[in-house]
Design a protein around this ligand. Sequence first.
Ligand SMILES: [Zn+2]
Length: 262
Amino acid sequence: MLAVPLDGDVARAVNWRARLTHRLARHLRTSPVTLAPATPLVSFTFDDVPVCAATEGARMLVDYGGRGTFYISGSLIGTQARHWRVASEEHILALHEAGHEIGSHTYSHVFLPNLDSKGIVAESQRNGSCLRAIVPGLTLESFAFPYGFGSLPAKRTLAAIYRTSRGIVPGLNVGRADLQLLQANPLMDGRVDAAGIARMMDEALAKNGWLVFYGHDVVENPSPYGCSPALLEAALRAASDRGIPCVSVAEGLRRSLRRPAA
Ligand SMILES: [Zn+2]
């Protein structure tokens, strides 16, 4: 099932074939690993990256000693989208300099099931060139599927380019997992409240798991795809109260792949 309603153009693109390939992609692991972090972890991720996420959202993470991952599509930088203005080059550079992770989200914010392997590689290279023109030497380790949709061929192609690909299938990342479909939970006022977030944090604590959230805008009266500062604050406080470190996806992966002590 789709986690969020889609805009008209995309809804038309999501035909039965795309839904089937997505379902297959969910169940067939292309990069199986065992995730076993020494401590529970939480990662806050933001897609498309509205200005408010790059400023207010990023600042709130830092206030709690945390860092986040911001998945950027080069073609959207500085544009006015339906629900928000997208972060500028200056915002992206500031995110990087503040220690946040810049991730890739394709250059054209493209629906991956419609692309072949060559197309995915071309999108990745173009986005990489675009982002490295803003942040020289930037390494892109983390990817997020535009609209949350992947496919098996896409996962195989992406596995050769990025260490992880984040989807929108909810759950806790722990034990057997697929790095090319990291599970992530919506941080959206319309989908979850502070009590629901607290329960997820308790589960992460009990299972020593890696909890990943995804969202878009961080603003009063957010879009259906984003959250209010109050919800982000509640999530950060819930993590802080439980001593759960708030790390980028790249850092979360490093800590989750550690070898258990003998
Ligand atoms: Zn997106």
